[in-house]
Write a protein that binds this ligand. Structure first.
Ligand SMILES: *Cc1c(COP(=O)(O)O)cnc(C)c1O
Length: 447
């Protein structure tokens, strides 16, 4: 049996799968400041028309431009890997497969959407993209894509991460982008925050405000987002479409698909193509795995909330912990978003997707077992899916059942080694929020 199931470059899918065409329930629209559904032209100052069309399209298969497929070929198709080493260590009758998205130049699944986003902006005559980044994964993925298609790129990186993760910033510069620790002197929002607190360590909310102000105040500049939005999840379906082809090659099909969930993009990416079969009656379970410190899908409320902490974005209907929710900074990993993709949220709400939350320590334990048995040091985010797969595999062992498990290895952890150091030094702890804290955050985040 092969370790890796590979596809040829000419087998890179020629379309993305748009789940909006097949959802068996209506999706609540995003709302503008006036409380009315957002019109597409409200987004035109910051997004190209092609992406706005994709955001609301109801066409099931959206063709991938030939040029984007050629860029995808820089690292795609990604391998589907049978985790023989992990199976053996667990002594499980289950077959465990993972899709290895860590092989992209940026080290995660994020270039699957940063590349088409840069491409469509270039096509519309845009000269520069601006964005924010927390831990640096999205900023580096966008810098890579802009370098490839020939766009300028400005990244506002949360100051505390900028100081903690200098090599993410180095990658962003190496690909030719400009990077500013946020709050910065570049924007009026940034200057205002600096006036109030010159030592501000920044936040994702402030960085988003800076990046959107930059785009809104420059004719030749657009804004770009790395998760949550429908068109981002659409681009990520390249993962699941490839995985289906790979399973077809070996005559297998997963019983359960798991992925880590921050904003929902890699989860939507690997799972949506399987929903096409699920909606047609196929028995398959899809599981979102999130940290207990930021339990959006498992303990949040399903309602309209802002997408950012500053309350500047349109209102979106999703599971949320309140837009002011912030998990403690001792917690490693990038699954700290207070909300989730509206599509992912509504799948959970309608009982078509399961959600599981896991603790930090058991997640790092799973990460190290995976590193030892499969060789790859996973991103802490991806380790949540590994933990989930491990739970499934051990249950299969208990029940003496064969089962095929697929999880998404969304990225490697080469730039997260300080989190591994902290874990190995015994400095990390579990953190579970109380019901009171969630209630308080939701009531403080009134819209
Ligand atoms: C950004 C990121 C995530 C979380 O984002 P999603 O939009 O939920 O996919 C997960 N894993 C890695 C490696 C990431 O870089």
């Amino acid at each position: 049996m092969n370790k890796k199931i590979l596809l040829e470059e000419n087998e890179i899918p020629s379309y993305w799968y748009n789940i909006l065409a097949d959802l068996p329930f209506p999706l609540d629209p995003p709302l503008g400041p006036d409380g009315k559904p957002l019109t597409p032209d409200a987004l035109a100052p910051i997004f190209p028309m092609k992406l706005i069309e994709q955001e609301v399209s109801r066409q099931a298969e959206i063709p991938i431009p030939e040029e984007v497929r050629r860029y995808y070929a820089y690292w795609r198709p990604t391998p589907l890997v049978r985790a023989y080493g992990l199976e053996k260590a667990l002594e499980t009758p289950a077959k465990i497969y993972f899709k290895n998205e860590s092989v992209s130049p940026a080290g995660s699944h994020k270039p699957n959407t940063s590349v088409p986003q840069a491409y469509y902006n270039k096509l519309e005559g845009i000269k520069r993209l601006s964005t924010e980044t927390g831990a640096g994964q999205w900023g580096s993925a966008l810098a890579f894509a802009c370098g490839l298609v020939g766009l300028e790129c400005t990244v506002y990186m949360v100051k505390v991460s900028f100081q903690q993760k200098p090599y993410r910033a180095s990658m962003i510069r190496a690909w030719g982008a400009s990077i500013f620790p946020s709050p910065s002197e570049q924007t009026s929002v940034g200057r205002e925050f600096l006036k109030k607190d010159p030592d501000s360590s920044g936040s994702l909310g402030i960085a988003i405000s800076e990046a959107t102000e930059d785009a809104a105040t420059h004719e030749d500049t657009h804004y770009s987002l790395g998760s949550v939005l429908n068109h981002v999840l659409l681009h990520q379906t390249i993962i699941g479409l490839e995985a289906k082809k790979q399973f077809e090659k070996i005559g297998e099909y997963p019983d359960v698909v798991l992925a880590p969930c921050g904003g929902g993009s890699n989860l939507g990416g690997i799972s949506f193509p399987f929903y096409r079969d699920k909606f047609a009656g196929k028995r398959i379970r899809i599981v979102a795995v999130e940290p207990k410190s930021c339990p959006t899908l498992t303990r949040g409320e399903f309602k309209y909330d802002f997408g950012d902490s500053a309350g500047m974005t349109p209102l979106i209907k999703m599971f949320t912990l309140g837009h002011n929710y912030a998990p403690p900074s001792i917690h490693a990993g990038g699954l700290r978003y207070h909300g989730d993709s509206p599509i992912v949220s509504s799948l959970v709400k309608n009982g078509l997707m399961e959600a599981l939350s896991v603790n930090q320590l058991e997640t790092f334990e799973a990460a190290l077992l995976f590193a030892k048995t499969e060789g790859i040091i996973p991103a802490p985010e991806s380790a949540h899916a590994i933990r989930g797969a491990l739970i499934e595999a051990l249950r299969a062992k208990e029940e003496g059942k064969e089962k095929t498990i697929l999880f998404n290895l969304s990225g490697h952890g080469h730039f997260d080694m300080s989190a591994y150091d902290d874990y190995l030094a015994g400095k990390l702890s579990n953190y579970e929020v109380t019901d009171e804290q969630i209630k308080r955050s939701l009531s403080l985040s009134k819209i």
